[in-house]
Design a protein around this ligand. Sequence first.
Ligand code: FES
Length: 349
Amino acid sequence: MSSQDIPEENLPAEQDATVAVADEKHPFADPGLPPHEHRIQDIDERAAKRSERTVALLFTASMLATVGFIASFVTIPHDKSIFVFPIGHLNALNFALGLTLGGALFCIGAGAVHWARTLMSDVEVADERHPIEASPEVKAKVMADFKQGAKESALGRRKLIRNTMFGALALFPLSGVVLLRDLGPLPGTKLRHTLWSKGKLLVNMNTNEPLRPSDVAVGSLTFAKPEGLEEHDHEFQTEIAKAALMIVRLQPADIKDKRELEWSHEGIVAYSKICTHVGCPISLYEQQTHHALCPCHQSTFDLADGARVIFGPAGHALPQLRIGVNDEGYLEALGDFEEPVGPAFWERG
Ligand code: FES
């Protein structure tokens, strides 16, 4: 349908297309505006309705894409791959997230453009050039134009568009919110517990054999892990980073801390090997002074005095593991550490 087929009374009012002639002050004649072409939506309400439904459909598609984004994030495993012709094998989660996020943004943009091109006011306005500095009158006119534009966008009248647009815009930021979950699963109480529990044998990390008191000589430094934790285990690195032990044997008379003496066996004490500064493994021991030294920033702990910090940036003593000997004569834990091992963290309280 062209504007020639429309009854005269249905056509919007013609715009003023005044043509100025050249004179001395304006040496070039103003050609004026070309004849105005009416859009089909301006003269046919059914076409306007079709455009309205298209815009609403695009905003609705954006909402569905955002929901799809969240559903993909929650349901698709991180390690799943898919074949996409002609690109090849791709990570399924990344592909789905990119597709749905891109789709959601595209549909909002396409809906807004289609709305502006087909339904918003189609009046062509010629404005004279003017100084850049805006006068109060210009500012007032801008505000008036803005209000007029808001009125002509029919935001109040076309409720379907308005509601779906608000829905799409309100839902879209949720994509960013769910991505925050990628900062990692919350640790819960995992940092408070290790694999140590009552009856777990202390296993020499070098020989992989359970330790007897006779294996630990005075002045030696032995590293131990919990029985059952093997290097090929999936969680080995995670668990050993919390459960690694330093075993030393002191003369019981040299132990100054009463609780340390109670938690030891014949002078054998077991302390966390993980430095309480930023978590380096402690590996140096001075048998004369009973000092354990962290190689990272030189924090020094007195193993004869509750492993308190005597030098360096560490904030607190090394946690001690209470140990004993089982019926078969092997060193065993009498429980888990009573405080979190390693660096301080906000839940330590
Ligand atoms: S990590 Fe041990 S002193 Fe810094």
